[in-house]
Design a protein. Structure first.
Length: 259
């Protein structure tokens, strides 16, 4: 086989080693038409040329940016190497800006937490974003008279900086798990999606108020009945339909619990 491979060509094993991925992954990309090697040897072995490696590098970057294989295939069907690199750079820079802002907010909160300074409204805006005030006002208007709201307010007053940083981190992780399941094309009643929905329920239950599966359904319905929820999930993650998917996963998880 080695004699059939030219100097500027690589075998599947060599490509896997160079890019830090598995041979199985390369076989899968070939099988679905995402990355088909330029040719095969007389013995039937895959052989990759420089153009294949360029396409593979684009696939890997897009995957690291969280895109599904279907999304990547659609993107690679148009444009060229320069346009892909520009798009990838824009997405990375956007995430860098977001991460810098979050790091700054966490650092400020952490600094105050270490001095045991109470959390101010400005601190909350910095940690949770500019929409914090609007969310608080809307939530109070909708649920201000409910036991759940009153309990969440009582608990919130007892939290310091460290707790709010943890709440933010856990909430972000839950949202990412749901978005990842949706992006991967998993059904709302898949174990992955329902497990993420359960983590959301436990998050609410732990930090804000008692949230049995039956009540969690009500929260899930808010994801599609409230335009702000739809915008928060669909627009923030750039995944139209994510809000409805979250609702369906919450309902499926409640069904699984028999509630």
């Amino acid at each position: 086989m080695t004699q059939e491979v030219q100097m500027d060509e690589l075998t599947v094993g060599e490509v896997a080693q160079r890019f830090g991925i598995t041979v199985r992954t390369l076989h899968h990309y070939d099988r679905i038409g995402l990355l088909t090697p330029a040719r095969r040897t007389a013995s039937g072995y895959r052989v990759y040329v420089p153009g294949d490696l360029t396409r593979l590098s684009q696939v890997i970057v897009y995957r690291r940016l969280g895109l599904s294989l279907d999304e990547i295939a659609r993107l690679l069907a148009e444009g060229n190497e320069v346009s892909h690199l520009k798009r990838q750079r824009e997405r990375v820079m956007s995430r860098l800006d977001e991460m810098r802002d979050l790091i700054t907010a966490i650092d400020h909160a952490l600094e105050k937490a270490m001095t045991n300074t109470p959390m101010t409204d400005e601190d909350m805006r910095e940690l949770f974003g500019d929409g914090f005030d609007d969310y608080q006002a809307e939530a109070e208007q909708k649920w201000g008279q409910t036991p759940q709201w009153q309990e969440s307010q009582r608990r919130a007053k007892t939290y310091g900086k460290a707790e709010w940083i943890q709440i933010k981190a856990e909430g972000t992780a839950v949202e990412k798990a749901l978005a990842d399941a949706f992006r991967a094309g998993l059904a709302a009643d898949s174990n992955e999606a329902m497990d993420a929905a359960e983590q959301h329920r436990l998050h609410v239950n732990r930090w804000f108020y008692d949230c049995p599966p039956a009540f969690h359904r009500n929260l899930g319905d808010q994801y599609v009945s409230d335009p702000n929820y739809v915008a928060t999930y669909d627009d923030t993650f750039g995944l139209p339909g994510l809000a409805a998917y979250c609702r369906d996963a919450i309902h499926a998880n409640a069904d699984r619990a028999g509630d």
